[in-house]
Design a protein around this ligand. Structure first.
Ligand SMILES: Nc1nc2c(ncn2[C@@H]2O[C@H](COP(=O)(O)OP(=O)(O)OP(=O)(O)O)[C@@H](O)[C@H]2O)c(=O)[nH]1
Ligand SMILES: [Mg+2]
Length: 297
C-alpha cells in the first residue's frame, strides 16, 4: 500500500505540466491605449538644438532583417495607411543579397508637415569579406561623411573624394539602430556579429548611442502572432531580446521589439503602439546626444 502510494506520487511529479510560455504579468509597461498621445508627442517634439531641423537615425543589420520595413512602418503609423517609400523586399526574407543598395535619407511626413527626425537606410550586412554593406561605409555614415545617393559596393568602402569633407550637424548620426529579426538571431552567422561589433566599437568611440529594434516578433512566437499585446508576457520574446542584447552588447533597456507592417492592408493600433514606443525611445536617446555634440571641424 505504502509503496504503491509512493510510486503514484513520483509518477505524478514526473508528469507535471510543462512550464507556462507566459509570465503572469508583463515585465515592461506598454501604453496600449495611448497611441494618439505617443503620436502627438512625436509630432510636437522640439529638438534640443534649434539649429538642427532633423535628427538623423541610422539603421544597420543583416540583409532582410526588416530595416526598410521599419522605416515604412513608422511612416505608415503616422500616415494611418500602409506606405512603402523605403521599399522593402516583397518576397521571403531568405534572399542572399541586399534589396537596399543606395544610401538614402527618409523623411517622415504627417499631413503637410515633416517630422523632426530622419532615417538613413543602408545596405544589409552579410557574412563574408565582399558581401553586403562594407562596415567602413556604415562608420562613414555615422560620421556624416556619406553623400546622399551613394551606391554601396561590398568590395570597397566609399572613396574619400566621394565623401563629404565638412559634415554639418544635420549630417551626423545621433542614434545607431541595429535591426535584428527575432526569428533569426539565434542562427545568425558569426561573421555578421563580428561586423556589428566592429561598427559598435566605432560608434562607441564616437559616443553615438545604440539601440536594437527586434523585428519579426510574429515569426518568433505564436502567442504574439495571435495577440501582439502578449509581447511582454511571452517568455520566448524576452529570451530572444536577451540573445540580441548579449550578442551585440546593447543593454536590455535599449532593446525594443516590434512587428513591422509586411502583409497588412490597413494599419493596426497595437502595431503602431509598439512602433511609436520604440521610436519615442530612439528619438529621446538621439536628442540627448544632440544636446552635447557638435561636428568636428
Ligand atoms: N513576418 C514579418 N515579416 C517582416 C517583418 N519585418 C519585415 N518583414 C519581411 O522581411 C522581408 C525583408 O524586409 P526588408 O525590410 O526588405 O529588410 P531589409 O533589412 O531592408 O533588407 P535589405 O535591404 O535586403 O538589407 C520582407 O519580405 C518583409 O516583408 C515583421 O516584423 N514580421
Ligand atoms: Mg532594405
Amino acid at each position: 500500500m505504502g509503496s504503491s502510494s509512493s510510486s503514484s506520487s513520483s509518477s505524478s511529479s514526473s508528469s507535471s505540466p510543462p512550464p507556462s510560455p507566459e509570465f503572469r504579468k508583463p515585465w515592461r509597461e506598454t501604453q496600449w491605449d495611448k497611441k494618439e498621445v505617443l503620436e502627438k508627442n512625436l509630432r510636437e517634439l522640439k529638438l534640443s538644438d534649434p539649429n538642427v531641423k532633423h535628427i538623423r537615425i541610422l539603421l544597420t543589420g543583416q540583409i532582410g532583417a526588416g530595416k526598410s520595413s521599419f522605416i515604412n512602418s513608422v511612416n505608415s503609423a503616422f500616415q494611418g495607411r500602409i506606405t512603402t517609400e523605403a521599399l522593402a523586399d516583397a518576397g521571403d526574407a531568405a534572399t542572399s543579397f541586399s534589396f537596399t543598395k543606395t544610401y538614402r535619407t527618409y523623411y517622415i511626413r504627417d499631413g503637410q508637415s515633416v517630422l523632426p527626425f530622419v532615417f538613413n537606410d543602408i545596405m544589409g550586412l552579410e557574412s563574408g569579406e565582399s558581401q553586403g554593406a562594407h562596415p567602413k561605409d556604415i562608420v562613414k555614415s555615422l560620421e556624416g561623411l556619406l553623400k546622399e545617393g551613394h551606391k554601396f559596393n561590398p568590395v570597397m568602402s566609399a572613396k574619400n573624394e566621394d565623401c563629404r569633407s565638412n559634415p554639418s550637424s544635420e549630417d551626423l548620426t545621433y542614434c545607431l539602430v541595429y535591426v535584428i529579426a527575432a526569428d533569426q538571431v539565434s542562427v545568425m552567422d558569426d561573421d555578421v556579429f563580428i561586423k556589428m561589433r566592429y561598427i559598435r566599437q566605432k560608434a562607441s568611440d564616437l559616443e553615438i548611442p545604440q539601440v536594437i529594434v527586434m523585428t519579426k516578433v510574429d515569426e518568433a512566437c505564436r502567442l504574439v502572432k495571435e495577440d501582439l499585446r502578449k509581447i511582454y508576457t511571452s517568455k520566448k520574446i524576452k529570451e530572444k531580446m536577451q540573445v540580441c542584447s548579449n550578442s551585440v552588447g546593447v543593454p536590455m533597456s535599449h532593446v525594443f521589439p516590434v512587428k513591422n507592417y509586411h502583409e497588412e492592408i490597413d494599419t493596426k493600433d497595437d502595431m503602431d503602439v509598439l512602433i511609436l514606443s520604440a521610436l519615442t525611445q530612439i528619438v529621446q536617446i538621439a536628442d540627448d546626444l544632440l544636446k552635447t555634440r557638435k561636428p568636428e571641424n
